[in-house]
Design a protein. Structure first.
Length: 317
């Protein structure tokens, strides 16, 4: 049973790819069937905490949530700055601190903005990365990402690197906790819980994104937070899968706008954005970015209808 404060409420989940992929929500919604709560996927792959204030203004309030659970970290930290082969010199440490400060500023501003608008923010620490990474020469998820591949070599995928990453994420988790304490709001320790509960089998090859098994662990953590009880294992219904499919259309449009057109979508006309999407598809860009550009062309003009559909279908009781 839901905790009293979450009954008959809307809860938005905000973060980067491990949120926006929405797989944990399938399991969480299935376990909450019959409960009077509505859960919204407001994650955008590639996003950082310093990008959140803009997202809050343009997108989040469209669903009028009562609570907003916020988790960022991996994109904020600049994972190439934790490469196990790099010397941890003064310049590297300075760049890490610049990114940590940007995370703190973005998260603090977002919390205050949400509070001013009557939304209850819940700050969560970042997800951990795999602590049992296999040392490998190649990782499929990096092959088609030229920007990332230029920064992250195959030598990056070592246990030494991922040890550094988790130590860095623990620092970000400490900052998130202090922000929640200072703002007198609740804190959810996603880093501690996922670090404690996950194994190598719970992650994709890149050691950063969860797989189906790992997302069940994430659903466990959120369910326990919302109810105070252990999550019951239930089959994901066709209705929930249909809702997730609709949400991914919306998520893909926002991925294109907030990544490929980061900092530009506000000043470009609709026709100019459409041209950018066409140029992206025709240009020398990673295949995943072209896929999001194609989705923008297909769904970008239909966002109002897509949101109405999400609101209609997003009921568990």
């Amino acid at each position: 049973m839901l905790k009293k404060e979450f009954r008959n409420k809307k809860v938005a989940f905000v973060g980067a790819s491990n949120i926006s992929h929405g797989i944990f929500l399938n399991y969480l919604r299935s376990s909450l069937l019959g409960e009077d709560i509505r859960l919204f996927n407001c994650g955008i792959s590639g996003n950082r905490a310093d990008m959140l204030p803009s997202v809050i203004e343009k997108e989040l309030f469209l669903y009028e949530p009562d609570f907003c659970i916020i988790t960022f970290g991996v994109n904020d930290m600049g994972i190439w700055l934790y490469d196990g082969e790099k010397e941890e010199n003064e310049a590297l440490l300075r760049e890490r601190n610049i990114r940590l400060d940007a995370y703190k500023k973005g998260l603090s501003e977002s919390v205050e903005k949400l509070k001013l608008c009557g939304v209850v923010p819940i700050v969560a620490s970042p997800f951990c990365v795999c602590r049992e990474i296999e040392e490998r020469k190649d990782v499929a998820t990096v092959k088609d990402n030229k920007e990332k591949a230029a920064l992250i070599t195959s030598a990056f995928y070592t246990r030494k690197t991922f040890g550094r990453l988790n130590r860095g994420l623990a620092t970000f988790a400490g900052v998130a906790k202090s922000i929640a304490r200072d703002a007198e709001i609740e804190f959810l320790d996603l880093f501690g819980e996922t670090y404690k509960r996950t194994q190598r089998r719970d992650f994709e090859n890149d050691g950063i994104h969860f797989n189906e098994i790992g997302y069940k662990v994430v659903a466990d953590v959120f369910y326990e937070y919302l109810t105070g009880e252990r999550r019951p294992q239930r089959e994901v219904t066709d209705k929930i899968l249909k809702l997730a499919e609709t949400e991914q259309k919306e998520r893909s449009v926002y991925f294109f706008l907030y990544n490929y057109l980061y900092g530009k979508s506000d000043v470009l006309s609709q026709s100019e954005i459409i041209k950018c999407a066409c140029d992206c598809i025709d240009g020398d860009n990673p295949e995943f970015m072209k896929r999001h550009a194609r989705n923008f062309l297909e769904y970008g003009q239909k966002l109002i209808e897509i949101r109405k559909q999400i609101l209609r279908e997003n009921k568990l009781k």
